[in-house]
Design a protein around this ligand. Sequence first.
Ligand SMILES: Cc1cc2nc3c(=O)[nH]c(=O)nc-3n(C[C@H](O)[C@H](O)[C@H](O)COP(=O)(O)OP(=O)(O)OC[C@H]3O[C@@H](n4cnc5c(N)ncnc54)[C@H](O)[C@@H]3O)c2cc1C
Ligand SMILES: *[C@@H]1O[C@H](CO)[C@@H](O)[C@H](O)[C@H]1NC(C)=O
Ligand SMILES: *[C@@H]1O[C@H](CO)[C@@H](O)[C@H](O)[C@H]1NC(C)=O
Ligand SMILES: *[C@@H]1O[C@H](CO)[C@@H](O)[C@H](O)[C@H]1NC(C)=O
Ligand SMILES: *[C@@H]1O[C@H](CO)[C@@H](O)[C@H](O)[C@H]1NC(C)=O
Ligand SMILES: *[C@@H]1O[C@H](CO)[C@@H](O)[C@H](O)[C@H]1NC(C)=O
Ligand SMILES: *[C@@H]1O[C@H](CO)[C@@H](O)[C@H](O)[C@H]1NC(C)=O
Ligand SMILES: *[C@@H]1O[C@H](CO)[C@@H](O)[C@H](O)[C@H]1NC(C)=O
Length: 567
Amino acid sequence: MAHPPLLVTYVLWAAIATTICIDAIGTHNKFFSCMNDNFLPFVNTSKYVYTPSAYASLVSTQHNPRCSNSTESQKPIGIVTPENTAQIRAAILCSREHGLQVRVRSGGHDYEGLSYLCKTSFIIIDMRNLRSITIDINHETAWVQSGATLGELYYHIANKSQIHGFPAGICPSVGVGGHFSGGGFGAMVRKYGLAADNIIDAYLIDAKGRLVNRETMGEDLFWAIRGGGGASFGVIVSWKIKLVRVPPKVTVFNVHKNMSQQITKIVHRWQHVAHRVQNELFIRVVIQYIRDDKNTPVQALFNSLFLGELKDLIPLMNKSFPELGLQPEDCIEMSWIESVLYFAGFPRGEPAEALLGNETDPYVSYFKAKSDFVTKPIPKHVFEGIRKKFLRQKLVFLIMDPYGGQMSEIPESHIPFPHRDGNLYNVQYLVKWEKNGVRASTEHIHWLRSLYRYMEPYVSKNPRSAYLNYRDLDLGTNPHANTTYSEARVWGEKYFKGNFKRLAHVKRNVDPKGIEKGKSVKEMKLFSIHLILDRVDPSFSFRNAQMHANMARTQAEQARKNTRTSS
Ligand SMILES: Cc1cc2nc3c(=O)[nH]c(=O)nc-3n(C[C@H](O)[C@H](O)[C@H](O)COP(=O)(O)OP(=O)(O)OC[C@H]3O[C@@H](n4cnc5c(N)ncnc54)[C@H](O)[C@@H]3O)c2cc1C
Ligand SMILES: *[C@@H]1O[C@H](CO)[C@@H](O)[C@H](O)[C@H]1NC(C)=O
Ligand SMILES: *[C@@H]1O[C@H](CO)[C@@H](O)[C@H](O)[C@H]1NC(C)=O
Ligand SMILES: *[C@@H]1O[C@H](CO)[C@@H](O)[C@H](O)[C@H]1NC(C)=O
Ligand SMILES: *[C@@H]1O[C@H](CO)[C@@H](O)[C@H](O)[C@H]1NC(C)=O
Ligand SMILES: *[C@@H]1O[C@H](CO)[C@@H](O)[C@H](O)[C@H]1NC(C)=O
Ligand SMILES: *[C@@H]1O[C@H](CO)[C@@H](O)[C@H](O)[C@H]1NC(C)=O
Ligand SMILES: *[C@@H]1O[C@H](CO)[C@@H](O)[C@H](O)[C@H]1NC(C)=O
């Protein structure tokens, strides 16, 4: 039995005592002894971290809304940074033993901070040390651990092959763990679907501490973790993915237009084209307003990846979307990995190693986002309405990602992510601000909610659906610890539509402790065990330290230039 050395214990305790209450210290101590006594000598290793500054730095270095001053969330009893599955298992079992919740953090990008916030006593399992990536080009597969970032994954694929890639999100600092378990889409979504569509196996540790893979977890659970939100079902350690083929040369363009009547017409036209063109072509539109001292107007940015060469793109655009007037000079041919850097907002010529850095989001601000799916083209006057509303903010984005192509081929029930055929595109509304504080947050969040109300007649209905990875607690949270299926449906069907029912069934089987035997699904208690999320109240003052680099390229590049000249 390993006992913690006195000095270390004292330092830990002194630090903790200043920020958490006596009860929490007691719980901390019990959790801590459990880890030591039953599993491993944990105290003097980097695998077990708790100091208030460790939490503060964890919270402040995240790329998503932060609520370091939240009165709703407690501070964690501990932050465990495991290096192997035994340590994850220990952390889960000890937290169960002492009635603690578990929060799992991979890349920390959750829009509402759910990977590190909790109303009741909890620990954080931080996956940062579990980030290995093994590429098998012969079989066109890879194993990637949850703590890796998308940038690391892309880099390692490109390091092994010029003609392979993976269809996941655009921002390189996003973590594999949250991204894959929530769906995950990027510039190859029309050709290859979601990241989650391309997962073929996984290792997970469940609420009982068992390590299972696809074969031993069963197809129901394997279905659930590919888009159903991982944290309700266990800690996903690693994923086996199917790599996809990319041509040695792809073509990108980025065309900025000031919003005017003429441009509104083009944006309107885009709605008829983008989901229908050949699957190799992805054109998204970002309507953005970045108020500066130069009186920059609201702009529409057409941001595109073509899985092919310039000589084929130009006639294709001329035929299907001549309104944009794309010129060869607007386009650049490059390798797929260069296109990843391009979309992420890096300057031309930046080496691929930049994807390995942790400085990929140089800009800090607070944000709130919401999402919609669009099933029929939005009338022209609505874009004019959006433009006018944007002028009341300083930093706002409306990001429209086209679907169609492969997304329409995959059935709604294939994985929990249900937004398939019939959706023209996804919309994300995003407002950012620079100064935190209850008043500022309230004002901006208020504005975003009013934009969301304005859009209601023009987007998907019954339910008005949303994308899980753009998590939005306005859509509903579990009202209490014993939330039932009927209560959870309020938010569940917005993210999952008809798939929510199956998710609830899987949850019941995986985690029967939270559910009373003999009750029907309707009455069962959802998410009421230790591995849960979605219990945080929406009315926080959020702190957010991230940047959608690709959406504000100019700012990103500027910041990077500044960093460079100052270093
Ligand atoms: C700047 C930025 C850009 C983005 N760009 C895109 C994009 O292009 N496309 C897109 O689809 N999405 C995008 N997103 C959304 C992103 O996919 C989600 O926020 C995603 O959930 C983040 O995953 P993470 O691991 O970084 O976050 P985390 O905060 O670590 O986790 C998110 C959720 O997943 C759970 N979780 C994390 N790891 C595990 C695990 N190992 N096992 C079980 N549960 C786990 C967490 O508990 C939490 O609930 C973007 C987000 C940001 C902030
Ligand atoms: C704890 O770690 C420190 C620094 O690594 C080391 O000097 C010390 O000997 C360790 N103590 C024990 C009891 O292992
Ligand atoms: C939290 O509140 C303190 C005191 O009001 C303030 O100094 C600090 O900047 C706040 N932190 C954040 C991240 O907003
Ligand atoms: C692959 O990575 C190694 C370092 O691990 C590096 O030396 C080599 O140049 C890389 N190759 C390519 C093609 O990126
Ligand atoms: C867009 O507006 C800016 C600022 O008003 C102006 O400098 C720029 O020339 C305009 N661009 C186009 C294409 O009209
Ligand atoms: C575009 O198509 C028109 C005919 O529809 C043709 O006249 C023109 O040359 C084409 N332009 C390019 C760049 O292919
Ligand atoms: C980012 O990398 C730098 C070194 O390049 C390191 O000092 C820093 O701690 C890292 N930050 C995080 C949050 O990992
Ligand atoms: C939830 O249910 C359990 C057992 O049925 C009960 O003991 C507990 O008080 C309930 N909690 C709440 C918040 O209703």
